[in-house]
Design a protein around this ligand. Sequence first.
Ligand SMILES: O=P(O)(O)OC[C@H]1O[C@H](OP(=O)(O)OP(=O)(O)O)[C@H](O)[C@@H]1O
Ligand SMILES: O=c1cc[nH]c(=O)[nH]1
Ligand SMILES: [Mg+2]
Length: 206
Amino acid sequence: MLKVFDHPLIRHKLTIMRDKNTSSKDFRQNLNEIASLMVFEITRDFPVTIKQVDTPLCSCKGYELSRDIVIAPILRAGLGLVQGIQDLIPTAKIAHIGMYRDEKTLLPKPYFEKYPSNINDALVLIVDPMLATGGSSIAAIDRVKMQGAKDIRLVCLVGSPEGVEAVTRAHPDVDIYLAALDDHLNEHGYIVPGLGDAGDRIFGTK
Ligand SMILES: O=P(O)(O)OC[C@H]1O[C@H](OP(=O)(O)OP(=O)(O)O)[C@H](O)[C@@H]1O
Ligand SMILES: O=c1cc[nH]c(=O)[nH]1
Ligand SMILES: [Mg+2]
């Protein structure tokens, strides 16, 4: 399943992020805000258990999330989405998947990974602003599945049609959530129109 958000607030904030003149600070802020807006919808069907709660007036029916939630950013750029999601789900645990894309081959190069112990029973949100060729996302999903996770959602900001097709083919069981589905990849594997190199823009490394 592919879900592309068309909410006016998300469109407005993503436009700020696309602008090449936007500062690193504003880029990070808008990324976090979009992450919060997206997670509100992504979690809509998350299971809850019923519990009694005592208000100052009486006892009534309440609810609590019944599954553990793990946020799994693909380093580095995926880190830019974590705070916005954690703000809304403060009990979420964080996995780290270190991976960069080789500039020539465009293939993902893993360099680090660390997972919470309960990941096999958890709802896992793999997060990365950019879904370009799909190589990094596919490799990240492979790795999370190797840890035993069965319920995985992929949350990206901007995707390409090529990347969506590749992930869907490799992992048809993983739902994909995007703030925007862009036009195409250029000859360097960059998303067009896109927003450039998300990691560099978040961390000011260019
Ligand atoms: O879909 P793909 O073709 O695999 O490309 C997307 C990947 O490339 C970027 O990471 P990058 O390699 O620039 O690493 P960084 O986050 O450390 O900058 C981006 O954040 C994705 O992880
Ligand atoms: O457009 C792209 C493609 C890969 N990685 C990025 O950061 N941006
Ligand atoms: Mg980068």
